[in-house]
Structure formats: structure tokens, C-alpha cells
Design a protein around this ligand. Structure first.
Ligand SMILES: [Zn+2]
Length: 408
């Protein structure tokens, strides 16, 4: 059954835009008084609403009244929202000037989330995750990547990935799981970082593969986590097993981007410390540069060089990094809007970074633009001009969100 949704004051289908490099708002191919024709969860076409109504008289009409702007659903390609507990104490200590080491010594940091997540059952974790997914979906995020990484043992990582699968079965949002067992070496592992990674390769990744729990792996490359040579070993083993790779790269020190590009990772995420060398590497590769403004806001640090990355010709995506430690806010649109003011990003660059460029970071080519054959993941904002959306810095929320799973 065909369904015609509209009329919308403006539709931004985000079609005809390049995957990489800078964008100007003049390149947006805006449809005024548009409609979206969908069938079986896929877009059939977007065009002038009255023209579609005339050409498809038998289509069921979902009438939209008042001014609205239609966008593709957002893709959040980097989150850590499968966790239990709160790290409000860490946040307060950091704002009071305590160092990373002082916070860790008082029982805070990633290890605290590991302890609280291990103490939760699979169902408890899945229920917490379900609530966070529902909030993200209501705010227009129709595809959500979710990492494990607070289990850090075979049993506990599998529990987290199963909790993610449970939550994925209960929502209309599309959930993309990623194994981040290589987040930090757990305190209770008897051996070096390199031995922990070998343990993951031998004992965890085959089980994940066998049970179909994730097809992507992530690793945190940093002085406090894993070094570049161990990471290259881990990613090449994972790639040989058929996993896609992504990397936490250059958050505080460089090195991660080089590994990501060498390992042909789908994305290199963070990049706050990236310099001209890393920017050039990313611009000349197929690895998507993912900026995480929520972590910069949470830590009170500078943003990744988004403007420079775009000007150099990189594919730039924007994700929330929603996590209990450094990025507790989880409001993707607000973070992207606020960063855009500092980094001087056009609306076209922001919307591209939240949609089809972000889906490239997940190697998904079936979403992120509104054109025939793509998923009917869409969101409508109550305004008459797309510029209102970033102007209101995230306070303007969509009033209607559709995903392919409930849009037919
Ligand atoms: Zn992260």
C-alpha cells in the first residue's frame, strides 16, 4: 500500500551531495510544499505534494497540517548507551579540577561503569538501554550504533551484546551493535595489554561471530588504553575474521588515525588531537572522520578540527559519543548545533554529517537521503525554514519521526 505524507513546507532530501568535502547550503536541493511517497518502509519518491496526490490517487494520505520541515532520520554512529549506573560524581570531581588519575584513584572512571554494568543482569541492562533508545528515537535519531565495552571479559561482553540485541528487538529504531571489548585492559586481567587482545581474538570474537551478535569491532588507542602496534594486530585479526573496524583515535594524543587508515577502518572517531598530518591521511582515505562534540562539551575541551577536515576533503560525520563518563548529555542535535557555531559549519555540512555521511561510517548505503529505494526513515520539525533547526541549537525537536519499520 502506497502512502503519501505531506504537505511539508520544505523537504531536504540531501540528494546530489558529495560524500566528502565542504558543502554550501546553496547545494541543498530543497523541495517546497513537498510530499514523501513511501511503500513497505521504503521511499518511492519525494516531490511536489499536489503533483504526487494527482499522480497517485489511490495512495493513502497522511496529512500534515501547519508548517513543517522534513529531513532524513539522523544516524548516530557512535554511542556507549548500554551501561548501568551514573558517573555524576566523576563529573563533579572533574569540574572541581581533579585529574583523570585522581578520579580513577577514588573509584571513578571507565572501571566504575564496568563494575556497575557487570552487577546488572542482561534484562536490567536491556531495559536501561531501551529507555535511552526511545529518547534518541523521539529526537529524530532513527539509526543508533551501540557499543559494548563495559563488560571486558568474554561472559560480560557477551551479556552486554545480548542486552543490545534484546533492546533492538523492542524498538522501531535501527540498532547497530559494535564490540568494544578493547576499551581498556580490565583491572582483573592477569597479563599485559597485548595478551588481553590475544584473549579477545581467541576467546571472544569467534563467539560473537558464531552468535551473530555484532559485525564490527572498535578499539581505544590512547596512552591510557592500547598502543598502536597492539591495535594494528587486533584490527588485522578482526578484519581477517570478517569484522568491520572502527577506532577511538586521537582523543588526547595522536597515533590512532594512522592505525585506522592502515587497517582500512570504516571510521576514525574523536580526532580532537589530530593535526595536519592526520587530517591529510583521512582526507585521502575512505575512512570516515567522526567528530564527537558531546565529549568535548563534557570534558570542557576543544572540538576536533571539523572545518579543516571538510576543507581538506574528508568525509565528516557527527556523533554523540553518549556515555556515562565524558558525554552524559546524549542530545545529538544540540551538540552538533553548538559545535557548528564554533567550527563554522554550514547547515548542509551538519545535516550531511548527521545522515548519509554518518551512515557511511557504519558502511550502510541504504539510508540517510530521501530518494527512491532508501529506507523511509524521516523526521519532521515544526518550522517553515530548515535554518530554524540549527538556529534553535537543539531546542527545536521533531514532532514526528518515522522509521522503515513503522512507515508503510
Ligand atoms: Zn566513544
Amino acid at each position: 500500500m502506497k502512502k503519501l505524507i505531506g504537505p511539508f513546507t520544505q523537504i531536504l532530501p540531501l540528494t546530489g551531495l558529495p560524500l566528502k568535502g565542504a558543502l554550501k547550503d546553496e547545494q541543498l536541493n530543497i523541495i517546497d510544499n513537498g510530499g514523501a511517497l513511501v511503500e513497505d518502509g521504503l521511499i518511492l519518491t519525494v516531490d511536489d505534494f499536489e503533483k504526487l496526490r494527482k499522480n497517485y490517487p489511490s495512495a493513502q494520505v497522511e496529512e500534515i497540517t501547519g508548517d513543517h520541515v522534513l529531513l532524513p532520520g539522523f544516524v548516530d554512529c557512535h554511542t556507549h548507551i548500554c551501561f548501568a549506573g551514573s558517573r555524576a560524581k566523576d563529573y563533579a570531581m572533574r569540574n572541581a579540577g581533579k585529574s583523570y588519575l585522581e578520579i580513577a584513584a577514588s573509584g571513578g572512571g571507565i572501571w566504575d561503569s564496568v563494575a556497575q554494568t557487570r552487577a546488572a543482569t542482561e534484562t536490567e541492562l536491556s531495559n536501561l538501554l531501551t529507555k535511552r533508545i526511545a529518547r534518541h528515537l523521539a529526537e529524530g535519531v532513527t539509526t543508533i550504533e551501540v557499543k559494548s565495552g563495559y563488560g571486558l571479559s568474554v561472559t560480560e561482553e557477551l551479556k552486554q551484546l545480548k542486552a543490545i540485541r534484546q533492546a533492538a528487538d523492542k524498538t522501531h529504531a535501527h540498532i547497530i551493535p559494535t564490540c568494544l571489548a578493547a576499551h581498556i585492559k580490565p583491572k582483573d586481567f592477569d597479563g599485559a595489554e597485548s595478551e588481553y587482545l590475544k584473549y579477545l581474538v581467541n576467546d571472544l570474537l569467534p563467539k560473537i561471530k558464531q552468535e551473530g551478535l555484532a559485525s564490527r569491532v572498535d578499539i581505544f588507542i590512547e596512552q591510557s588504553a592500547f598502543n598502536t602496534s597492539d591495535a594494528l594486530f587486533y584490527l588485522s585479526k578482526a578484519r581477517q575474521m570478517g569484522f568491520e573496524a572502527t577506532v577511538h583515535a586521537d582523543q588526547f594524543t595522536t597515533g590512532g588515525t594512522e592505525v585506522a587508515v592502515k587497517a582500512r577502518a570504516a571510521s576514525a572517531d574523536h580526532l580532537e588531537a589530530s593535526g595536519d598530518y592526520e587530517i591529510k591521511l583521512l582526507a585521502n582515505s575512505d575512512t570516515v572522520a567522526v567528530t564527537l562534540p558531546g565529549a568535548s562539551l563534557g570534558l570542557g575541551m576543544g572540538y576536533a578540527p571539523a572545518r579543516k577536515l571538510l576543507d581538506a576533503g574528508a568525509c565528516l560525520a557527527i556523533a554523540s559519543d553518549w556515555n556515562p563518563g565524558s558525554a552524559p548529555m546524549g542530545d545529538l542535535l544540540m551538540q552538533a548545533s553548538v559545535m557548528a557555531a564554533s567550527e563554522k559549519l554550514s547547515a548542509a555540512e551538519v545535516f550531511a554529517g548527521l545522515t548519509f555521511r554518518a551512515s557511511q561510517a557504519l558502511k550502510l548505503n541504504d539510508r540517510g537521503i530521501l530518494i527512491k529505494g532508501k529506507l523511509a526513515d524521516m523526521q519532521a520539525y515544526p518550522c517553515n525554514d530548515y535554518r530554524e533547526i540549527l538556529y534553535q541549537q537543539g531546542k527545536l525537536k521533531p514532532v514526528r519521526v518515522w522509521t522503515s519499520e513503522n512507515n508503510d
